[in-house]
Design a protein around this ligand. Structure first.
Ligand code: FAD
Ligand code: AMP
Length: 475
């Protein structure tokens, strides 16, 4: 096997493997090294995203959504069924088979593009040399390349003193593999992962309590959107306690006693399972040999410039291991851009317009600035919003929760932010990203013909509302 490459990529998640494909497309001799071990004990490409992140969580969100709708929502359509039951092992098997299909698909793509795959841990030495420690225990291999791309991703943050066993105290991987619906589930952290996985098990019948240290719900989202979402989650029975900082959790008699501080007082809840979802941190353990020269930020991320160059010539870093939102699509675009830069092309990526999505029900999605950010920056703006309850398509499907909010510059009308809480927000946000990438105005969105009846009409109406001329509500 060859040991000399144009490009070596360490990490085959959604940042690393597209970088490898693009490098190969551009004619570079490419290798990728990955150490993720799947449920079958073998290396499974695709990283956190395909194995224990985006895809498996969405599979369970869809299964649990259908279950909840049969039990409730569908009744209003006149659909009569006996009380539904859930066969959790079948649901998990379905999720696993989707993961297998996609991770095997990545292996097929590597082969089809002539990319050499090393199943093992890669460590960067000086001068773009890389040592691979194979997962199968065979002898180390020494590789070299003209360029190295670090794409080692992230791992869950642990709270000191709360160890996971992934049976009772779970991280994201454990919460995707629970084999029966727990009577009660505690979730530490009301971030994206806590809300999504908390929703899965609540829909299936668990009593879910979410403990969030911050006083403000979804502080990174626009306040109007966060409030609308919080109201819906409350209606659904998700018990979210704000300003509740967890410091301790202990196993007692097979259950977990969770202790948290709220308003200066200590409280306790006892739950059958506890999900720790307090964020993720850059994964650099075992990646950087002493003397390789790559520097880290004070947050432990690999330091990079705007174009993903590290402190070492010809060593690049992309995805969750560097600054910016920890989102799969952000890493993918960084990976493709870096492969193109290595090939001498000009590649551009606008991190300001990366769309954020939370796949709860209703979904939450946004791009650009929030109203609070505009206020803080002193940027003059106009705002228009439109509730889904006034959109015909939303009424027809029963998806009336939430709203669209459009923010535009008060003088130029240029779009500054679009925020959506509602069904299919994950798809609707794409229109806003395109409009904003093309420096569009609220007037542009207002003049574009939107099909009727669709959920996208709410985006159209919110853009009209910026100029106080929405048609289907009083301005
Ligand atoms: P990763 O996906 O973490 O991949 C890194 C890979 O590198 C891994 O396979 C790892 O084993 C390997 N590796 C690490 N170090 C080494 C080494 N030294 N040698 C060899 N291999 C190494 N994002 C979204 O955009 N949408 C979502 O809906 C979404 N849902 C999520 C749900 C959950 C439950 C979680 C946990 C995350 C979710 N994310 C979502 C975030 C998303 O998964 C990450 O942003 C994304 O996976 C980051 O991609 P990456 O390639 O940088 O790193
Ligand atoms: P995210 O970074 O989106 O995954 O969200 C993680 C959430 O966990 C953040 O909103 C944090 O405020 C919250 N969090 C972190 N540590 C604690 C803690 N000890 N107790 C409760 N919430 C926490």
């Amino acid at each position: 096997m060859s040991t000399s490459f144009d490009v070596i990529i360490i990490g085959a998640g959604p940042a690393g493997y597209p970088a490898a494909i693009r490098a190969a497309q551009l004619g570079m001799k490419t290798a990728i090294i990955d150490n993720f071990v799947g449920k079958d004990g073998k290396n499974s490409l695709g990283g956190t995203c395909l194995n224990v992140g985006c895809i498996p969580s969405k599979a369970l969100l869809d299964s649990s959504k259908y279950f909840e709708h049969i039990g409730g929502h569908y009744k209003s359509h006149g659909i009569q069924t006996s009380e539904p039951t859930i066969d959790v092992p079948t649901m998990i098997e379905r999720k696993d088979s989707i993961v297998k299909k996609l991770t095997s698909g990545v292996a097929i793509l590597m082969k089809a593009n002539g990319i050499t795959v090393f199943a093992g841990t890669g460590e960067l030495d000086a001068d773009c040399k890389v040592t691979v420690t194979p997962l199968d225990g065979s002898e180390q291999q020494h590789l070299n390349a003209d360029h190295v791309i670090l794409a080692s991703g992230s791992v869950p943050i642990q709270i000191p003193g709360i160890p996971y066993d992934n049976e009772t105290i779970l991280d994201n991987a454990g919460a995707l593999d629970v084999n029966a619906v727990p009577e009660s589930l505690g979730v530490i952290g009301a971030g994206v992962i806590g809300l999504e996985l908390g929703s899965v098990w609540r829909r299936l019948g668990a009593e879910v309590t979410v403990l969030e240290a911050l006083p403000e719900f979804l502080a990174t989202a626009d306040t109007d959107i966060a409030r609308a979402a919080q109201r819906e989650f409350k209606k659904q029975g998700l018990d979210i306690k704000m300003g509740a900082r967890v410091n301790k959790a202990e196993l007692q008699g097979g259950r977990v006693v969770v202790e948290y501080e709220q308003s200066g007082e200590t409280h306790q809840i006892v739950v059958d399972k506890l999900l720790v979802a307090v964020g993720r941190r850059a994964q650099t353990a075992g990646l950087l040999a002493e003397g390789c020269g790559v520097t880290l930020t004070d947050r432990g991320q690999i330091e990079v410039d705007d174009e993903c160059r590290t402190s070492v010539k010809n060593v690049w870093a992309i995805g969750d291991v560097v600054r910016g939102p920890m989102l799969a699509h952000k890493g993918t675009e960084e990976g493709i851009a870096v492969a193109e830069r290595i090939a001498g092309k000009k590649a551009h990526l606008n991190l300001d317009l990366v769309p954020w999505v939370i796949y709860t029900e209703p979904e939450i999605a946004w791009t650009g600035k929030t109203e609070q950010e505009l206020k803080d920056a002193g940027i003059p703006y106009r705002s228009g919003s439109f509730p889904f309850a006034a959109a015909g398509r939303a009424l027809a499907s029963g998806d009336t929760a939430g709203l669209v909010k459009v923010l535009a510059h008060a003088e130029t009308d240029r779009l500054l932010g679009v925020h959506i809480c509602g069904a299919n927000a994950s798809e609707l946000i794409a229109e806003a990203v395109v409009a904003m990438e093309f420096h569009g105005s609220a007037e542009d969105l207002a003049r574009i013909v939107h099909a009727h009846p669709t959920m996208s009409e709410a985006v159209h109406e919110a853009a009209l509302a910026v100029d106080k001329r929405a048609i289907h509500r009083v301005n």
